[in-house]
Design a protein around this ligand. Sequence first.
Ligand code: CTP
Length: 396
Amino acid sequence: MPLAGRHVVLGVSGGIACYKSCTLARRLTEDGATVDVILTASAAEFVRPVTFEALTGRPVLISLWERDRALAHIGLAKEPDLVIVAPATANLLARGAMGMADDLLTALLLARTGPILCAPAMNDAMYAHPATMANLRTLMKRGWQFVGPEIGALAEGPSERPGRMSEPETIFAAATQLLAGKGPWSGKQVVVTAGPTREHLDPVRVITNPSSGRMGYALAEAAVARGAAVTLVAGPGQLPTPPGVAVVRVETTAEMLRAVQALVKHADVLIMAAAPADYRPAKAATTKRPRQKGRFTLALEPTPDILALVTRPKGCVTVGFALETGDGLARAREKLRTKRLDCIILNDALEPGAGFEVSTNRVTIIAKGREPIRLPLLAKRDVADRILDEVERAFS
Ligand code: CTP
């Protein structure tokens, strides 16, 4: 019970994702935390206070003007080990960034000097709006920590852009990490890609490769264990999501590019462990292509090179992979340079125990300006830790 004896304030602002905050309140309480819930007036329209009172066993606060609770915002700003705001609507972020204090929750946030963990949730266009982006930057500069938002279904339907609140389990994992103390990874936003991508010839046939995604999943798991907030952009595959990792599922290389482009804006680390398909049919048929006698020639066109195209924020540590056959040191060094990487991980697809579909890997880590480090055959999870050691070196 890592939260035993910890005091958490859970601020809930008025968005449909409020229903997930009930699960979060329960999860925090079950883990031993004392949880005081503060609702904004709009949040109380979505979920009645009695629901949170039953889940936490404590009275819920809404108004600055409740009797016997004068100055509740000052006490509650100072006392708790952590303040979580989930969901944080666009309006709440705007009020927070402006330093407004027109209800109990914003008054508390203004009086707060300790850690604040914030899980934004809103319509995707509202999230992408320059005003919201500016507010986020302001709050980040002031030390607010963020988890999500993620790409996925919104109340109004499916979306390919961020806006959806992270799942309660992901917010819970971020909260426990924050409370575990400050290491070099705490508060770091990490984006990892994993697995193959798939390009359709027609509705029933695809071009793909045998990548299982294991290396990327191991990296995501290792980064969460170090205290980072991790989003995994995963191609098709069967692997279970590591706890505490937010996952964005994609199918094609173009979809992976779009997801990475959206997520990398606030990333401190980008690790491209995926094996995206390099070519796609120049023309995909919309109906199944019938079998015909004779040879079938398929015209292919290149897919976008994700690493070459994404604009990474200044200081974002970027790691790529080079899967080669034979002595690939020169080719890996070339990719390190042309793809503007801080580090590249070379592995040989033909070497036993390395490459696709196995749980081990034998890699050479080539960091910019350093001698290559050739590692022995290791479990992918151990390889992941050695790679993260190299990223950590780049932080300093
Ligand atoms: N990569 C990418 N976008 C692609 C293909 C690859 O960002 N469309 C990334 C991979 O995730 C990896 C790095 O680029 O981190 C190198 O991938 P690799 O397949 O080894 O190199 P390519 O650039 O595809 O070149 P080649 O296939 O000719 O070796």
